[in-house]
Design a protein around this ligand. Structure first.
Ligand code: GRF
Length: 203
């Protein structure tokens, strides 16, 4: 499966995909990594792995739509069958999302539809919730509202801080994100009529 990964930062999820590809455990071929930030550590990971990478900063474009048009063209250049958002901290406009609907996925650190948006770990602690988690979902124009492919739950423990909670959630991200990508690569899963279908059954 020809894949492009979009990042903004640390790229630990990207690393999981690189490792999966290199070990032969994940049937993907990462064509390129694209970052909206020049200082994203994930670019170092791409470089080390010998994967092409590009930096596309908002500064170089008049507005979001021009940016998204450029991003769409770059992703098309790599003939990506799947676009993986891995900590890509931008809200994409329909210019991009509609071009890749059904081929664009994201991981969000909450049990969607709960806690869309930023700072989910802080919000879980502030609200005193006992459960947290992460969700892999198809991306649709509405932020963090696309159909969920797979989720993982983690408990919130006594004395948890943002860092401990984030670590616990991320360990699950590293498990379910490659799982979702495997399902897509194997043709088990697709987005149809706004819903996730798994092996021909609407979820
Ligand atoms: C992940 O925790 C993900 O849930 C969120 O951004 C973070 C990215 O981390 N969307 P990394 O850049 O993959 O290390």
């Amino acid at each position: 499966l020809r894949v492009v990964v979009l990042i903004s930062g640390h790229g630990s999820n990207l690393q999981i995909f690189i490792d999966g590809q290199n070990s032969g455990h994940l049937p993907i071929d990462i064509q390129a990594v694209i970052s909206n930030r020049a200082d994203a550590y994930g670019l170092v990971r791409a470089e080390r792995a010998g994967i092409e990478y590009e930096i596309l900063t908002q500064r170089d474009f008049a507005d979001r739509e021009h940016y998204d048009r450029a991003l769409r063209d770059r992703v098309a250049h790599y003939r990506a069958e799947l676009v993986i958002m891995a900590g890509f901290m931008r809200i994409l406009t329909p210019v991009f999302v509609c071009a890749y609907e059904g081929r664009l996925i994201n991981i969000h650190p909450s049990l969607l539809p709960a806690l869309r948006g930023l700072h989910t770990h802080e919000r879980v602690l502030q609200a005193g919730l006992s459960e947290h988690g992460c969700s892999v979902h198809y991306v649709t124009p509405e932020l963090d509202a696309g159909p969920v492919i797979v989720q993982a739950r983690v408990p919130v423990q006594q004395g948890d801080r943002v860092e401990s909670l984030q670590q616990r959630v991320q360990r699950q991200e590293y498990r379910i994100y490659p799982l979702a990508v495997r399902w897509i690569a194997e043709g088990r899963i697709e987005l149809r009529d706004g819903a996730v279908w798994y092996q021909g059954r609407r979820q």
